[in-house]
Design a protein around this ligand. Structure first.
Ligand code: ARG
Length: 452
């Protein structure tokens, strides 16, 4: 520990450099991500402190102005956690006391770094979720566009990777769009769990100051508060885990799409093609055009699906109350968002460029996928289904089967009736439930961008 900058909790003894290095860990690098949230949380907190008489109006005014200046620096990328300072909370307090002297030391009344970090993580996560929601929406729309564009182009459907029944690119693209709509419902649930205020739980047991928690809840645009202070503290790790399930759900959709795309892009399938500028080459085989983008998104998204397990294990068997173990959650949770967002935007980028093979079914190797159509036609004209099935089966075995490639699938969700509009309505009804405008307005008021 650099002795010129002592920790905010310093009394008479200091930890050794070894202890400081190990306990601070990666906080000085990762906490920078939380800086903006930390300052917004502090502005809400001091507004409430003034309201309950713990700060004067002048003090509130001075502190708010200085915190907004710090916010400006953070947004311009001019914020670092200095050598010897252990986390974002200490750095912001240090900047404030450097600028304002003793009044800077008043902001910490009625809170602890335990509820401060809980709050920072929630504010940061809800902003990240908003970005994820927007990227999922964009990918959804691209998939729906491709589904409509290629709704008349048939392709084989498989079970056991054996040619099974007619499918279409309308169905294939549209299926992943609908999968994202379900994932969006998960994201909405995650958002609502995040959007509850932990501030005021302090170290995990509340405070003897008459805190006005409803006031900070409203100022920060939360839906409600985590009422019970012990439960609020228990939310550390639980919040991350819940959100990670939603992330994993989106990641699973993209990983499956990526695998299909790799398979269908192979010469042995040749169902779709990537333009050459979206592929990579080989150092030895001059003909190669590899679908590396899909391979990388598949691996990254598979890795993201490990997130709920990682977070669960970091916190497993912890009793209630704060433990430093919780700090490690940030190391796996925070970087996950950039990885997911990158995969989402890359998938949107490349889905738009996919070209499909409109002549797949000219190849006789797919003729048998029309067998069920013939069975159904016989059954529709009166032959019992089981007899029709047997008759067509025997024709196939005898090499007599002639496919009729005119197909009529009309029920909801089938080749001839994709229901893309209804899927879009489902997606939009979920999107409408995110309170993004209200949250944004609250944050803008706190940062001074919008009058209160
Ligand atoms: N860096 C800490 C964390 O992420 C901040 C909270 C510190 N609280 C404490 N009681 N040591 O958990």
């Amino acid at each position: 520990m650099n002795t010129k900058d002592t920790p905010i909790w310093h009394k008479s003894t200091l930890p050794t450099d070894e202890i400081a290095r190990f306990t601070v860990g990666r906080d000085r690098e990762l906490d920078v991500l939380l800086a903006e949230s930390d300052v917004l949380g502090s502005i809400a907190h001091i507004t409430m402190l003034q309201h309950i008489g713990l700060l004067t109006s002048d003090e509130l005014h001075t502190l708010t102005a200085a915190l907004r200046e710090i916010l400006g620096d953070i947004r311009c990328g001019r914020f670092v956690i200095e050598e010897g300072i252990e986390d974002v909370h200490s750095q912001v307090e240090l900047l404030l006391t450097r600028r304002l002297g003793d009044v800077g030391k008043k902001i910490h009344s009625g809170r602890s770094r335990n509820d401060q970090v809980l709050l920072d993580l929630k504010l940061w996560t809800r902003r990240q979720l908003r970005e994820v929601v927007e990227l999922v929406r964009q990918l959804f729309e691209e998939l729906q566009r491709q589904s409509e564009r290629y709704k008349a182009v048939l392709m084989p459907g498989y079970t056991h990777l054996q040619v099974a029944m007619p499918s279409s690119f309308g169905l294939w693209f549209g299926a992943y769009a609908e999968s994202l709509a379900d994932d969006m419902l998960f994201l909405l649930a995650a958002y609502r769990l995040v959007n509850r205020n932990p501030l005021g739980s302090a170290a995990g047991y509340g405070s003897s100051f008459p805190l006005n928690r409803q006031m900070t809840t409203d100022l920060l645009g939360f839906d409600s508060m985590d009422y019970n202070v012990v439960y609020a503290q228990m939310g550390r790790g639980k919040m991350e885990r819940n959100v990670s399930f939603a992330i994993a759900s989106v990641a699973a959709t993209i990983a499956k799409l990526a695998f299909d795309a790799c398979l269908f892009n192979s010469q042995n399938f040749a169902f779709l093609k990537l333009p050459p500028e979206c592929t990579t080459g080989s150092s030895i085989m001059p003909h190669k055009k590899n679908p590396d983008v899909f391979e990388l998104t598949r691996a990254k998204c598979n890795k993201l699906q490990a997130l709920p397990q990682q977070l669960t294990l970091i916190t497993s068997n912890l009793p209630s109350g704060y433990f430093r173990d919780l700090q490690i959650l940030k190391e796996v949770f925070l970087p996950a968002f950039d990885e997911l967002k990158d995969c989402l935007s890359m998938t949107t980028y490349i889905i738009n460029k996919i070209e499909v093979n409109e002549h797949i079914l000219d190849d006789p190797r797919y003729d048998l996928m029309f067998s069920v159509e013939t069975v159904n036609k016989l059954a529709a004209s009166g032959t019992p289904f089981r007899d029709a099935y047997r008759q067509v089966g025997l024709d196939i075995e005898a090499g007599r089967f002639v496919p009729d490639k005119e197909i009529h699938h009309t029920h909801e969700g089938s080749i001839g009736c994709l229901c893309n509009e209804r899927i879009a309505e489902y997606m939009n009804s979920i999107l409408d439930d995110f309170p993004f405008q209200r949250v944004e307005a609250a944050e803008k008021k706190l940062s001074g961008e919008q009058p209160t």
